[in-house]
Design a protein around this ligand. Sequence first.
Ligand code: SAH
Length: 346
Amino acid sequence: MAANLLSLSKEDLERRVVAAGGRPFHARVVRERVLAAGVLDYAAMTSLPEDLRRRLAAEVPLLAAEQREQALAADGTTRLLLSFPSAEGPPASVETVYIPPRSARSRRGATLCVSTQVGCPVACPFCASGRAGLQRNLAPHEIIEQFLRGRALGPVSRAVVMGIGEPFLNMPALLAALECVREPFELGARSVTVSTVGFPGRLRRLAPERPPFQLAISLHTPFDEQRAQLVPAMRGTPVEDVLAAGDDWFERTGREVTYEIVLLAGVTDTREHATALAARLVSRRCSVNLIPFNAVEASGFRRPDPASVEAYRVRLADAGLVATVRHSRGAGSDAACGQLRLRTLS
Ligand code: SAH
C-alpha cells in the first residue's frame, strides 16, 4: 500500500518531493493546495513543475479511499460511502454526510458529519453503526480525507463528529485530524461538535486540555438501568457520574455540554422520562437535543409521533431548560447514519 499524501509528516513529504525531483518548498505548496485550496488532483497544481506533478501522481497517491456517492434529498444532502484500504483484512468503509444549509440563501456553508471508527464497539441496540462491532480505528489521514471529499461538494462551515464510531475511543487520531483541518477550513472550536457516549474518566482527562470542539453527550435516558441497555458499553457507570463529568467539562472548558436524547416510541419518550431528565438537568449549565429515532431495520424500535416529541420538549422548556429537536435531513430510506455501510456488509 503506497503511503498516501495526507498520511505523510511534513518532513516525510519533503523527502518524497525531493526524491521526485522537486525542491523542498514544493512540499509546502502541495499541502497548501490540497488543504487550503481544495485541489484534489496533482495535474491541477500548475504552480509545480510538470515533471514533479507527474511523478507525485505516480508515487504518492493524493487520496486513499474509493468513493460512492448517494443523494439523500433534493436539498443536496449527500452521503459519501468511503472505502479505505486496510493493511490486513477487508477494506474499511465509513460514511460522511454533507448537509447543506437549510436555506439556499444562507451565507453559511454546509455541515459535514464525519466518522472516526469503522464500525463501533459500543453496540447501542437502536443504532446501525455498532451492529457488526468494531473493525478498526480510522487513521488521522482517513478522517482528514472525509473533510476534503466533503468540501469537494461545496463550502463547509461546520463539522459534527456524529458519523460511525465512538470518537472518545479514537481521540488521538481525531485531535490530529482536527489540528490539520482547523486553519484551512476555518473551523474554530465553536464550529465543531463531537458526540460521545460520555466515558467520565476520558472526559475528565481531556477537559483540562480544552480541545477545540463543543461536546455533546448521548445520554438518551435519565435512568441507570435503562441506560445500561441502550448504551451497553456504559453498563456500571451511573448517569450521575456522566453528568458530573459534563459539569467538570463545562468548568474546565467554559463551553456548555449538550445532552442528546434519542426518542424511541414508548421506550424513552414518556412523561416520566422527560420529568426525571428535567429534574437531573435543571440545576446544570447545559442544553438538550432531542433526536426522534430514524428507523433502523430489525431494531424493534419505533419513531415517536410528533406530538410526543413536542410534549417532551415542552416539559423540558417548562423546567427552564433549552431543548431543541433535531430534524433529520435526507429522511427516507437509509437515512440513519451507518445504515448504508451496514447494508454493504451484509
Ligand atoms: N458514537 C457517538 C456518535 C453517534 S451519532 C455517540 O454515541 O454519541 C450521534 C447521535 O445519533 C447519538 O446520540 C446516537 O445515539 C444517535 N443515533 C444513533 N442511531 C440513531 C438512530 N437510528 N436514530 C436516531 N438517532 C440515532
